[in-house]
Design a binder for this molecule. Structure first.
Ligand SMILES: CC(C)(COP(=O)(O)OP(=O)(O)OC[C@H]1O[C@@H](n2cnc3c(N)ncnc32)[C@H](O)[C@@H]1OP(=O)(O)O)[C@@H](O)C(=O)NCCC(=O)NCCS
Length: 184
């Protein structure tokens, strides 16, 4: 089966928000406050926020398309991190950030995530930067397994603020082909 993946356009903002509302809670630890999750979805994953990200220079959103719906998406950003924990952990710098990677649960375990990751890493490599990094909740075993299968390795830890509490993340990184020669 062909998996249809392409770059988001402004017309995709509402469908991206709908996909994010279903997939984001799955990335949160089981004891996260449901109100905090709801607020994060409303404020950070709204159609307006997606529209702003689609328009932002250096941000690329890739979508898995299933008819009129979006079954998953990734977002990479060329903005460099300011978190000292991330800066200390990265071995390849400057680096692309894999800021979002979500697949609708109806498409888990079916190869869609792997196809999206391949397309995402190709886009990241085209930036010419030597590495790509991400943060993942330390309790998100499925995502950690998936990222490890996709070539990432754990290089550190950081914290992620969700509502009034901090969640513990791992920092994962991999070298990109374009920069392979410039990294020790
Ligand atoms: C993370 C995500 C994109 C991976 O996509 P997927 O289709 O589930 O990925 P795959 O099925 O290819 O791989 C998942 C792996 O985790 C394993 N796995 C599943 N549940 C697991 C669990 N509870 N603990 C450990 N491993 C688990 C699977 O067996 C598989 O490994 P295998 O291929 O070696 O058997 C998808 O699950 C998702 O969108 N999750 C919700 C959002 C999220 O967490 N995003 C990441 C935010 S950082």
């Amino acid at each position: 089966m062909t998996i249809d993946i392409s770059t988001a356009t402004p017309d995709d903002a509402a469908a991206l928000a709908a996909c994010a509302a279903v997939a984001f809670p799955l990335a949160c630890p089981p004891d996260a406050d449901p109100d905090d999750i709801r607020r994060h979805i409303q404020t950070q994953l709204s159609a307006e926020r997606f529209a702003a990200n689609i328009a932002a220079p250096g941000h690329t959103i890739l979508c898995i398309r299933a008819g009129d719906e979006i079954a998953g998406y990734s977002m990479i950003m060329l903005d460099q991190p300011s978190d000292p924990d991330v800066l200390a952990a990265l071995t390849a710098s400057p680096a692309v950030e894999l800021s979002k990677f979500y697949v609708h649960p109806g498409h888990h375990g079916r190869g869609s995530a792997a196809a999206l990751m391949t397309a995402t890493l190709e886009r990241a490599a085209a930036s010419g930067l030597p590495g790509i990094w991400l943060g993942v909740n330390q309790e998100n075993a499925r995502a950690i397994r998936f990222y490890t299968k996709s070539g990432f390795r754990t290089v550190g830890t950081k914290r992620f603020r969700l509502g009034n509490r901090f969640e513990d993340d791992f920092i994962l990184e991999q070298t990109l082909p374009a920069g392979a020669d410039s990294v020790a």
